[in-house]
Design a protein around this ligand. Structure first.
Ligand SMILES: *[C@@H]1O[C@H](CO)[C@@H](O)[C@H](O)[C@H]1NC(C)=O
Ligand SMILES: *[C@@H]1O[C@H](CO)[C@@H](O)[C@H](O)[C@H]1NC(C)=O
Length: 367
């Protein structure tokens, strides 16, 4: 569950946004005069040569190296699209953890972290994570380059948090989305003739899972969230990442051939593990149009759950509505992706849901 603090921080993000709960609202922009995060880093990242003293330093901080095995010179179009999304995401993560590291190091989170020893442990962990994410991003772009594909450049970013706990909560929320999306990447690589990339992605999934165990422990949760982590799909991850992107700041947007869905705002706060009604909000539509749509939930490796849209109301420039959320019945802990779709299914899988999604994903975290 995202903390109330995060919700408050998010509410403050955009003067025009409707109240947002779990979690961040979309639509970037630095509406509160927030300074956008811009690359390059002081070491020149993402422009790092292989080999170079800068790479050597990143590898030291990452406690390990880029793979030194031969890179593929040919990959399938689908694989290229998946690697581009991976690179886009990893570059965002470098930005996020750089900002987090900077804030912890310079004390901008105040007394939240506790003792000096606790703070130093966090700094050491995040410094390592940041360098590891740099290598994930450089690695994905290196495969794209070697296979003659378009590499991915950074955007400018804003982060809808300014407190330590909220920053860590947000870190495990987007990492949960990434952990679901990398499952989809593995499936694509296995299917489209690039199975040699499956173990590489498996090694990243494990690494991101280790990170999430740490973030969950830091915020008082059991380290391992679920027996089978929630699956995601490229269009959901790419749409979710837009919440951190300064609109119009991505030179690579034209190269990423994935849809960006309109935001689906989860209005209900502090969602607990019980069967309940949730309230959602969307914009740029009418009550009549929303009344014909369905809410779909994706959690763990289970069949998508479809619920009726109910109690549709127009409020200002938003349309609000409710849908049942059978969280207790289905033990829907950790990440649930919600989507507003033009079809009521039934859906065989996530790609079928993505194909008819208009708004989403609304990210719900129960812990
Ligand atoms: C770091 O602090 C700045 C200033 O308060 C804030 O805008 C930014 O979102 C923070 N970053 C993270 C990851 O918490
Ligand atoms: C690319 O992958 C698709 C399935 O995603 C497959 O149908 C196609 O044959 C693959 N192309 C090559 C050149 O392997």
């Amino acid at each position: 569950m995202l903390s109330q603090l995060l919700v408050t921080a998010l509410l403050g993000l955009s003067a025009t946004a409707s109240p947002v709960a779990n979690p961040p609202s979309y639509g970037g922009g630095s509406s509160k005069g927030q300074v956008a995060f811009k690359f390059p880093l002081t070491n020149g990242f993402p422009n790092i040569k292989v080999p170079s003293p800068e790479l050597t330093e990143i590898q030291k901080n990452a406690h390990g190296t880029l793979p030194n095995t031969a890179l593929p010179t040919k990959i399938n179009d689908t694989s290229a699209a998946n690697l581009q999304l991976i690179a886009f995401n990893e570059i965002f993560e470098v930005a996020y953890f750089s900002s987090l590291l900077n804030n912890v190091t310079h004390g901008s989170y105040g007394q939240e972290i506790g003792s000096k020893a606790a703070k130093n442990m966090v700094i050491n962990a995040i410094k390592t994570v940041r360098a590891q994410e740099e290598l994930h991003a450089l690695g994905a772009n290196a495969i794209l380059a070697s296979a003659g594909r378009t590499t991915i450049k950074p955007c400018e970013y804003i982060f809808p948090v300014d407190k330590f706990d909220d920053a860590i909560t947000l870190a495990y929320t987007f990492t949960d989305v990434v952990l679901g999306t990398l499952q989809a990447a593995q499936f694509a690589f296995a299917e489209d003739g690039d199975a040699e990339l499956v173990p590489l992605v498996g090694s990243i999934i494990g690494q991101e899972g280790e990170q999430n165990g740490y973030y969950r422990s830091l915020t008082g949760k059991v380290p391992s969230a679920l027996p089978f982590l929630t699956r995601s799909a490229g269009p959901f991850a790419y749409s979710a990442l837009q919440m951190f992107v300064v609109p119009g700041s991505c030179p690579s947007a034209k190269d990423i051939k994935l849809p960006i869905f309109e935001p689906l705002t989860v209005m209900t706060k502090n969602i607990k593990l019980k069967d309940q009604m949730l309230t959602f909000a969307v914009k740029k539509t009418t009550a009549a149009a929303v009344s014909k749509m369905s809410v779909v939930y994706i959690n763990q490796q289970n069949k998508p759950i479809v619920e009726k849209v109910q109690n549709v109301k127009t409020s200002g420039d938003s349309v609000t509505f409710q849908a049942a959320f059978p969280a207790a019945t289905n033990l829907m802990n950790s990440l649930t992706l919600s989507a507003l779709t033009t079809s009521a299914g039934p859906f065989a899988d996530l790609d079928a849901v993505a194909a008819v999604t208009k708004y989403g994903p609304g990210l719900i975290e129960i812990n």
